[in-house]
Design a binder for this molecule. Sequence first.
Ligand code: LMR
Length: 396
Amino acid sequence: MFEHIERVPGDAILGLIEAFKKDTNPQKVDLGVGVYRDENGTTPVMRAVKEAEARLLKNETTKTYIGSHGAPEYGKAVLPMVLGASSPVLEANRASATQSPGGTGALRLAADFIAAQLPDKGIWVSDPTWPNHLGIFSAAGIKLQKYPYVDADNRLDFDGMLAAIKQIPQGDVVVLHACCHNPTGFDLSQQQWQTVLDVVRERQLLPLIDFAYQGFGAGLDEDAYGVRLMAEQLDEVIITSSCSKNFGIYCERTGCLIMVAKDAEQMENVRSQVAIVARENYSNPPAHGGSIVSEILHDPELTAMWREELTEMRDRINTLRRDFVEALKPYGLAEKYACVAEQQGMFSYTGLTPEQVDRLRDEFGIYMVRSGRANVAGFSHANLPYLAKAIAAVND
Ligand code: LMR
């Protein structure tokens, strides 16, 4: 039965983890998968998370199922984080939260929901986008198309994006990145969000906003600008939120699918369908990550501790972005890579070509995605001189 099955290459991003581990170069640098790293290159457990876990261990009384929508307390914590504490959407009871196995799980729920409930609708993603978007939406059987996002000079192509979105057939789904665009790091300004909103409204499109990096751009509330604008101004929006990065709980698989509907009645209808999609995929989500988030966000002291740690991570990344460009100055390359200091979040579309990326890996033990995407959190003040030297070498 299995004789005809061909071996396929593994996932390009996750494959970098293994390749990096095997490399014996003592100066190797991992700029691959999107996880936060500190100055020592490690991904520590946040202090607020450790404290929440200690409390959970002490107080947990059962490990019974938590239901297809997950723990209600988790939903109650995530909704205001994403939509704002005094959101009119929450006041009107228009938003439903479904705990999911990571942001990826939320995307898959959204994809299956669209395939089942809006079967004739296509989906539009930015070019480039997170490669797994392509896999997830295609696997759900949705027709996938792309709108431009970056121009030939490695800048945000807002005009191109807008022109393409204006042509999207009425009722189709348009995927937007709330902040920290993966893979480019180019985000929309508030003015640009407003313009996109006008087009989405006029074309009657359904926005699906991927919100995987809340807190890594300009701040928890600042990063939510586009999400809140769309949710407040439109009848229907789909939001996929992740706690993997901002709580540093990657392996706990903690995300949330938020469905915003016209009113409470329609929200409950939609919610009932999402429960079925979750049930058919994995039944109930894993509980632990959601319990951590809930413990933190329902406790002012832990919330304050967590916010402080998140700010430290964000500030560190922003400092490294500027210092990276500074480190390239002696090589006359500061201008060429100035975009790195202008982009936001964990990723930078550096403009390095696939051939240059290959050379960085083979000759210097520097690992990044072949598209030229670097995880900026992998920079450190210790490795910046080495990185700058290597980049200068592959620019020769
Ligand atoms: C990334 O893009 O590196 C992260 O979102 C991790 C992943 O699953 O690809």
